[in-house]
Ligand binder design. Structure first.
Ligand code: HEM
Ligand code: HEM
Length: 226
């Protein structure tokens, strides 16, 4: 058993950039005034992060792939039973329960960002697709945008409690591997490298798509917002 790479660079970058972006989104609406334009740019970037991680879940390295950690109810229950037993076994990647976090976060943050595109603050700023929606859709999107964030924060609290419990209760550190990428595992379980060329190409493609989505495709914004 030695330290080997488990979390590739894209997974770690995604995680810590997502944390920064969500903090930024809260800060630009709840603390700063007149920072909607920054809120929009961070929102577009966050949407890009989400799309990137979705694709990385199919094309990424071993433990980044959905296939390595999406488990059914049986696996989740037997994992919970194993925690109660004396002989604990730890997974190299996400555990079956923790593996549910990524899809939940991708759906919630994805919906948050998409609903933002259709949201207006009713004063000066409107997302690029606000004008193309009718008032019913606008109302739904505004509602989603105001409420999903709280659900997301509830999930983050559970996430942090689980990690703290692993550290203090089970004496198992999950945080350092999410920073360095390395865990103590058998040779055969580590990944060789982060597939950075593939990640770079995917990131460029996602960047171009986001630019098209928010700059080229939207209908012209009506004058009354200014
Ligand atoms: C806005 C706050 C946060 C969100 C939305 C979030 C979300 C996530 C997601 C989606 C994953 C899965 C990563 C992937 O497979 O790509 C993850 C893993 C992880 N996060 Fe967070 N996270 C947040 C904050 C934090 C903080 C503050 C810490 C550390 C103190 C942390 C520590 C970890 C660790 C250690 C893992 C890996 C867990 C494992 O080994 O299975 N997270 N997080
Ligand atoms: C994942 C990315 C995003 C997050 C986490 C986020 C988060 C938030 C939060 C917490 C608020 C305050 C809601 C409240 O009033 O209680 C807000 C408001 C707002 N957001 Fe976002 N947002 C994101 C993306 C976007 C995007 C992409 C746009 C538009 C392009 C946008 C447009 C707006 C607008 C216009 C408001 C003001 C709504 C109002 O005053 O009723 N957001 N956002």
């Amino acid at each position: 058993m030695k330290k080997y790479l488990v979390w590739d660079i894209p997974v770690r970058l995604f995680h810590w950039l997502l944390v920064l972006c969500l903090f930024g989104q809260w800060f630009t609406t709840e603390v700063l005034e007149n920072a909607m334009h920054i809120h929009f740019y961070i929102g577009y970037f966050t949407l890009g992060l989400i799309i990137f991680r979705l694709l990385w879940g199919f094309f990424g390295t071993r433990y980044a792939k959905f296939s390595s950690f999406i488990a059914g109810p049986k696996a989740i229950i037997s994992y919970l039973q194993s925690l109660a037993s004396k002989q604990k076994s730890y997974t190299t990647g996400h555990n079956p329960l923790g593996g549910l976090l990524l899809p939940a976060v991708l759906i919630l943050v994805g919906l948050q960002a998409i609903s933002g595109l259709f949201t207006s603050d009713d004063i000066v700023s409107a997302g690029p697709y606000y004008d193309s929606a009718n008032s019913v859709i606008q109302g739904w999107m505004q509602w989603l945008h105001k409420n999903i964030f709280d659900v997301l924060m509830g999930l983050v609290v559970i996430h942090l409690l689980a990690i703290t419990w692993y550290k203090l209760g089970l004496k198992h550190d999950l945080i350092t591997p999410m920073l360095t990428g390395q865990k103590v595992v058998e040779v055969s379980k580590g990944i060789a490298h982060s597939k950075l060329v593939k990640a770079f190409m995917l990131a460029i493609t996602v960047g171009i798509f986001i630019y098209w989505l928010v700059e080229i495709n939207p209908p012209p914004v009506e004058e009354y917002y200014y």
